[in-house]
Design a protein around this ligand. Structure first.
Ligand SMILES: NC(=O)c1ccc[n+]([C@@H]2O[C@H](COP(=O)([O-])OP(=O)(O)OC[C@H]3O[C@@H](n4cnc5c(N)ncnc54)[C@H](OP(=O)(O)O)[C@@H]3O)[C@@H](O)[C@H]2O)c1
Length: 334
């Protein structure tokens, strides 16, 4: 997978398709731990060596620890250097003290069996509570001690990113929802990120799997929306312009996919990977239930041409403006 890597920082290079672990946290079918770890080995062997996780994603941090121990036992310690585990800290809003930060980061280190975190992505639920700045200050101190290699954010809007950057705190990334249908980052976030050399890691880029061949010509019934992500992104599609317009988009994507001999998810992934400031697209995996490794690897061989992007954009001009409707990145959580 040459050229499929992105240098987020001088000492942190990631695979541009990051495997997302929210799906192991529940609401996506039963996850068998043993099967999940075996599948993580397959992702790793296929070159998908970067993982997106969080302290609140059920056993995800423990899975990274187990993957590391298994890789070390089977292939030797040097194999561990190929993994990038990008976790998050998602505290409940409240007073944040240095010891709260230290305890939580310590726990993640222990669970993941690492001496330092590659990237700690920080989430904050409520901007009216100003302690996020304290949290970032204490996290920065841990970074200066080498316990965290880099600090990123998730679901922060541009206004708060500006406050953070203006106060001299250094962050290298923000993780936001960004897809062919949800282009809110283009309004303010991407220009800001370019100006300040901050990268985006994107989620929702496949709409939880709704942006795939499976749903061409077929609207899922409520009963068929069996996972949390299908429900989440069906709502996003409804806000964006509804199922009929989404069908028009899916058939357009299907034509482009057939032209390049790839899949709709490949087109959706590559479309976002080509956008400014985007370091990587996070694709969620229901580990041990189903994997799309062989299919998703094909996104790396795809190059969309201008006419492909023009027809996709033409469909999207008929949609609602999600920035107007929902707000900036992350506002859906607040
Ligand atoms: N920071 C945040 O607030 C936040 C929020 C949401 C997600 N995330 C991160 O982003 C990750 C991605 O999750 P997401 O919600 O954005 O979901 P997503 O990546 O848009 O969708 C993942 C689903 O797409 C389907 N899929 C993947 N590759 C496919 C292919 N080649 N062909 C057909 N279907 C395919 C799979 O469905 P099946 O399993 O049904 O086949 C998979 O479960 C999460 O795991 C998490 O790490 C972060």
């Amino acid at each position: 997978m040459n050229n499929n890597f992105y240098q987020l920082a001088p000492d942190l290079t990631i695979c541009r398709i990051v495997t997302g672990m929210w799906q192991v946290a529940g609401g996506h079918g039963y996850i068998d731990h043993e099967l999940a770890i075996a599948e993580m080995m397959k992702y790793h062997d296929a070159g998908f060596t970067s993982w997106d996780l969080a302290d609140i994603y059920g056993p995800a941090e423990d899975f990274i620890g187990q993957l590391r121990r298994r890789l070390s036992a089977l292939k030797g310690k040097e194999e561990l250097d190929r993994i990038q585990a990008l976790t998050k800290w998602v505290p409940q809003p409240g007073i944040i003290t240095r010891s709260i930060v230290n305890e939580n980061i310590d726990r993640s280190l222990r669970r993941m069996s690492v001496n330092s975190l590659d990237l700690l992505q920080f989430h904050w639920w409520n901007y009216n509570n100003p302690y996020y700045m304290d949290a970032l200050k204490y996290l920065s101190d841990l970074r200066d001690q080498g316990i965290i290699k880099h600090i990123g954010l998730t679901n922060f809007d541009t206004e708060r990113m500006r406050i953070i950057v203006d106060s001299g705190l250094q962050v290298i990334s923000n993780q936001v929802q960004y897809s062919i249908i949800d282009r809110r980052p283009e309004e303010k976030m991407i220009p800001f990120c370019i100006e300040h050399n901050i990268s985006l890691l994107t989620y929702g880029s496949l709409c939880g799997g709704l942006m795939s061949e499976r749903y061409v010509g077929r609207e899922p019934t409520t009963a068929e929306l069996t996972t949390l992500s299908l429900r989440k992104y069906k709502q996003m599609i409804d806000a964006w312009g509804g199922w009929n317009l989404f069908q028009e988009l899916l058939s357009t994507l299907k034509r482009i996919a057939q032209k390049h001999n790839v899949s709709i998810p490949n087109v959706a992934t590559r479309y976002i990977l080509a956008k400014s400031a985007v370091a990587g697209v996070i694709i969620g995996a229901r580990l041990g239930i189903v994997n799309h490794i062989n299919n998703n690897v094909q996104a790396f061989n795809l190059l969309l041409d201008k006419s492909d992007c023009d027809v996709i954009d033409a469909v999207c001009t008929k949609s609602n403006d999600l920035f107007e409707k929902i707000g900036d990145c992350g506002d859906e959580y607040r």
